[in-house]
Structure formats: structure tokens, C-alpha cells
Design a protein around this ligand. Structure first.
Ligand code: GLP
Length: 262
């Protein structure tokens, strides 16, 4: 796993946008996995700026979302599709039909919907680069602690702590946060060719340390990145503050032979 400690959001935005830019240029049909939450926002702002400058195009790209709430009315401002449209895709030239996400109106529909979603990802050729955030309990997507490390897209029940964390998007009302979600499984996420996990702030430091330096365990779903051949963890100083090998990660990144990209 490559750990990159940066001096903050602007550097994170540039570094990860460079990696996405490379995917967009190196494939005729690039496939990007998008994540919601606040962690990827510096990347989306950088991508929008580069698109406005004419430096990048998403014309031939496809994008897949990690997860979605179950039970929100269509077009709800809190839905992850609406979030990603507002924060990214409304501002770039990704064709409307090229944005896909898991969705199920009811928990009972999620298994079939999950299977179809996996087929659509496979039909696109798989995901080239998947962005990830991390929950304060170590979740990725909406795979809560104890999720199978081999899981595929399916329904999950959120833990109270996650509903509490996400209440900020629901006017602070934890009860308004849906209890059920549909999410790419950990096995689905591990199929992407490059995983890029972004974390910022002290509230993520313990989860990051457990995921990067702790044992591989279903209790910290993000620790599954340890199994991946090309996983990059991009942090600010606060999110990196509990890493034991931080000096080593900095030296390793600074001494990369060719460039300082990820
Ligand atoms: C939610 C999302 C995750 C995201 C996490 C962290 O639970 N389902 O995909 O990584 O929140 O969000 P944030 O980046 O806002 O801290």
C-alpha cells in the first residue's frame, strides 16, 4: 500500500486529479469509480477547474457510484446520485447516461439490483480507478464493520454511529438518515484496478492507522486495501497523525525514482 501524506486539501486535489487525468488519457473507454462524502471534494473541484480550462474531457468516460441510500424519494437532495451531480457531474462533460449507481427502492430488491449493477460494471470493462473515503469506524462504501471481505453489491444496515456521522447532510437529524443502503461490496471494490482512499482530519486518524497498519480484519473494512496490488492512501497531516511509520512513508514517496505521482 502506498501512503502519501500531504499538506492539505489543495495538494490532495492535485495529486488525485493527476491520477484520474492519466486514466482519462490512457484509455479509450476510461471507467472511474466515484465516492460521495466530503473527502473527495477537493478532487472534484480540481477536476471541474481542469475541465473548465479545457485540460481534460470525460466525453468517453463512464462513472460508477459506490453506494446509495434505500428509501429516499427519487431526486432527493440527500441521495448520493444528486450529491455527485451537484458536486461533479453537472459541471463536466460526462454524458448523463454514463453516470451509474446502485439503486433499490426496497431492501427486498437489493440483491437483484446488486447483481445487475455488478454486470453493468463488468460490461464497462471494470473500474480503472476507484475513489474511496473512510468512515470513522473504518467502513468503505457503506460496508460496516463485520462486512464480508468478499462481499458483492447488496443491502446493508447502517450502524447508529454512521447514521450519526451522516446526519449533517440531513439537517442534523439522525432519525432522518435511512437505516438501509445498497453498497458495492468489499470484493467489488477490490476488483477495481487502482484504489485511492482519501482521508482528512483528526477524526479519521484512528481508522486510517487501523486500516493501514493494523491487522486485516472485517472489523475494519478499509483494511481490505492491504490485499490490493495498487492501493494508495492519500492523507492530510491530521489523518496521518496516528501512523507509526509516517517518516518511512514520507521518505518512500519523496524518493520515488521517476515522478511524484500516485
Ligand atoms: C459515508 C459514505 C462513504 C464515505 C464516508 C466518509 O458513509 N458512504 O463512502 O467514505 O461517508 O465520508 P466523509 O468523506 O464525508 O467523511
Amino acid at each position: 500500500m502506498e501512503v502519501v501524506i500531504t499538506d492539505g486539501p489543495a495538494a490532495i486535489g492535485r495529486l488525485v486529479a493527476d491520477a484520474i487525468d492519466q486514466v482519462l488519457r490512457s484509455s479509450e473507454a476510461p471507467v472511474i469509480g466515484l465516492a460521495t462524502g466530503s473527502s473527495p471534494l477537493p478532487v472534484y473541484q480540481e477536476l471541474i477547474a481542469r475541465h473548465r480550462d479545457g485540460a481534460i474531457t470525460f466525453e468517453h468516460a463512464q462513472a460508477f457510484l459506490l453506494d446509495e441510500y434505500i428509501g429516499l424519494p427519487e431526486g432527493s437532495p440527500q441521495s448520493y446520485r444528486t450529491f455527485i451531480e451537484a458536486q461533479l457531474t453537472d459541471h463536466i462533460d460526462l454524458p448523463n447516461r454514463a453516470l451509474d449507481g446502485p439503486s433499490a427502492a426496497r431492501v427486498e430488491d437489493a440483491s437483484a439490483a446488486g447483481r445487475c449493477y455488478e454486470q453493468r460494471i463488468a460490461a464497462a470493462g471494470g473500474i480503472d480507478l476507484q475513489l474511496l473515503g473512510i468512515g470513522s469506524d473504518g467502513h468503505i462504501g457503506f460496508n460496516e464493520p463485520s462486512s464480508s471481505l468478499a462481499s458483492r453489491t447488496r443491502a446493508k444496515t447502517l450502524m447508529d454511529a454512521t447514521r450519526h456521522d451522516n446526519a449533517r447532510f440531513f439537517d442534523g437529524d439522525t432519525d432522518a438518515v435511512p437505516r438501509h443502503v445498497i453498497t458495492q461490496g468489499i470484493g467489488t471494490i477490490l476488483d477495481a484496478r487502482h484504489l485511492v482512499l482519501i482521508a482528512m482530519g483528526e477524526s479519521k486518524a484512528a481508522a486510517v492507522a487501523a486500516a493501514v497498519e493494523g491487522p486485516l480484519t472485517a472489523m475494519i473494512p478499509a483494511s481490505a486495501l492491504q490485499l490490493h496490488r495498487h492501493a494508495t492512501v492519500v492523507l492530510d497531516e491530521e489523518a496521518a497523525s496516528r501512523l507509526r511509520l509516517d517518516t518511512y512513508y514520507r521518505e518512500a514517496f519523496d524518493n520515488k525514482p521517476h515522478c511524484q505521482g500516485i
